[in-house]
Design a protein around this ligand. Sequence first.
Ligand code: DQA
Length: 151
Amino acid sequence: MKTVLILNGPNLNLLGTREPQVYGSQTLADVQALCERSCAANGFALDFRQSNHEGELVDALHEAGRLQAKGKLAGVILNAGAYTHTSVALHDAIKGTGVTLIELHISNVHARESFRHHSYISPVAQAVMCGFGVNGYALAVAGLAGMQAAT
Ligand code: DQA
């Protein structure tokens, strides 16, 4: 069974209390439980993480690249939070490892402030998902399963 790494960036540990009108009322633990169910339904094991530190996210992407090369990882679902809009380091890590990656946002970033309209992740992602609320995580897992089946 292959693993899916679901990687959450800065401030996503605040889900549930952070701007609930934008991100909803479910906590990160709720999202993890949703991802557990979705991974089980799609035949994946789950590795679910959150970090507020850019370098830790880079390290996790490097590890993911190594695991994917060994056939142990199906891919990464990355909600990079605000680093989406700033991080050349995350862009380079995804490009440099060649890891299969779905960019995810809970909110529709294109309907928000203009500084959220540019993503350093999108050009190196296989797919981009935004605006489905936290249910987007489950949809992204199903999307990754579909990608696997097509290869
Ligand atoms: C986010 C959107 C980002 O612009 C923001 O900085 C976040 C969360 C989302 O999930 O909608 O932290 O990635």
